[in-house]
Design a protein around this ligand. Structure first.
Ligand SMILES: *Cc1c(COP(=O)(O)O)cnc(C)c1O
Ligand SMILES: [Zn+2]
Length: 430
């Protein structure tokens, strides 16, 4: 693969998170010369400080590329499909329901182009893939990543072959196939898909966004930290709650906040980091609660398929961040996840998928346990769209009133709906 290093770039090298050994900026993700630790991108922060200010960022594109000097690309030609700059909305009704005072939703359920936060990581990974000379891109996905990779590869004119577990929700499968990639539905869980993909990456020379391009891919999640800081008026929040699958997103929001402090874009502040998992796949929450410094892999069994990773690559780094910031990592069951989806929809008009239901349910659990202070400015990350996981709520929401096209029929149905409302209220009272 070709190696690009422009003198104007703020990207320096890949560096092992464990032993610090440095590598050139190629397609690799583990410290193969020394310790097999994960590699991370390092930057020239002096160069960033010289080039970047609040004003230059505000004058940039209305997408993640306004933060391009903090992203691991070396050229000028980025794939900008309008990803990022999603709304940060103050959730007043949800806050009141939970007893909080300042609650915000970072709404990546409407991220472009495929309605999940994965469009951020894929925009960065495919830009880097193109710089490195890959013509075929790929991924191991729990659903959303396949949607993003297929869509953004289509936009960029890259060949695409993606791998998913065969039992994903219909919306995630259709939402990949429509872009006409090669789709491999593997009879196995995500961790098995991922293992297979590692072998394919070695034999086929493709750019796997979350395997050999993982150091670049994961940096895209930092933009979820940058945007929240900018949208809060160049300040950090007091507490964030985010879902955990591999744990990458969580650790990169942290890195994003730290970088903004380090280059002087925001004042320093102790931000607490709390994470959300589904009980049916909660290896990170268990390591946190049992005080362990290793992850015990498990076999996922939950409706929250998009975050069901039994052997999370960045799990232990997520545990470290939750511990050192005074946060928590909690898990909730599938019933609570469905209630979380409904609660967010009914109070804020946001329809999220199971991952968002998990995050809202964990938020509620943390508030009830006194682990979020009502005065803290709290930001909840909603990472995916509910239209993609409709089967999760099927049977748990109301049916429409089917009526004749006649006023009388409507009046009759309206009366019935009011009776149902009263019955529901009586049930609440007893
Ligand atoms: C992938 C995913 C996550 C978590 O991603 P990690 O970086 O692997 O922890 C969260 N929410 C949704 C909707 C996802 O698709
Ligand atoms: Zn190493």
């Amino acid at each position: 693969m070709t190696q690009t290093t422009l003198s104007t770039s703020t990207v320096k090298a890949l560096k092992c998170k464990e032993c610090g050994h440095e590598y050139d900026l190629g397609a690799k993700h583990v410290c193969e010369d020394v310790c097999f630790g994960p590699l991370e991108v390092v930057y020239d922060y002096d160069a960033i400080r010289q080039r970047v200010s609040r004003a230059t960022i505000e004058a940039g594109p209305n997408s993640i590329w306004r933060y391009r000097h903090f992203l691991p690309v070396t050229g000028e030609d980025v794939i900008d499909v309008g990803t990022g700059m999603t709304p940060l909305v103050e959730a007043k009704r949800l806050a009141r329901r939970l007893g909080l005072k300042k609650l915000f939703i970072k709404n990546d359920a409407v991220n472009m182009p495929t309605l999940s936060f994965k469009d951020r990581v894929v925009s960065v990974a495919l830009t880097r893939a193109r710089e490195l000379g890959f013509s075929t891109v790929s991924c191991a996905s729990t659903g959303n990543l396949a949607n993003s990779t297929a869509a953004i590869a289509a936009h960029a004119g890259l060949d695409c072959c993606v791998f998913i577990p065969a039992d994903l929700e219909a919306g995630k499968v259709l939402g990949t196939l429509i872009y006409n990639p090669t789709l491999m539905a593997v009879k196995g869980n995500y961790d098995q898909v991922n293992r297979l993909c590692s072998e394919v990456a070695n034999t086929h020379g493709w750019g796997f966004v979350n395997i050999n391009l993982r150091p670049y891919y994961s940096e895209g999640s930092k933009t979820l930290g940058y945007e929240v800081a900018e949208q809060l008026g160049w300040q950090l929040p007091d507490h964030i709650v985010a879902p955990l699958a591999s744990g990458s997103l969580f650790t990169k929001i942290y890195k994003g906040f730290r970088e903004f402090v380090d280059v002087g874009l925001v004042d320093d502040k102790a931000v607490r980091f709390s994470g959300a998992q589904a009980e049916g796949c909660s290896p990170i929450a268990k390591a946190f609660h049992e005080g362990r410094d290793f992850i015990a892999p498990e076999k996922p069994n939950t409706i929250a398929k998009s975050i069901a990773i039994g052997n999370p690559a960045d799990g232990i780094y997520a545990v470290e961040i939750a511990r050192k910031t005074g946060g928590n990592i909690e898990a909730v069951n599938d019933t609570e996840i469905i209630e979380g989806i409904k609660l967010l929809a009914e109070t804020e008009g946001i329809f999220t998928e199971t991952a968002g239901g998990t995050t809202v349910a964990v938020l509620k659990k943390l508030v009830e346990a006194g682990k979020i202070n009502p005065d803290e400015t709290t930001v909840v990350y909603i990472t995916g769209n509910g239209l993609k996981t409709q089967e999760a709520v099927q049977g748990y929401i109301a049916e429409p009133f089917t009526i004749e096209p006649k006023l009388e029929s409507f009046e009759h149905a309206l009366e019935r709906s009011r009776t149902l409302d009263r019955l529901e209220w009586q049930q609440v009272l007893i």
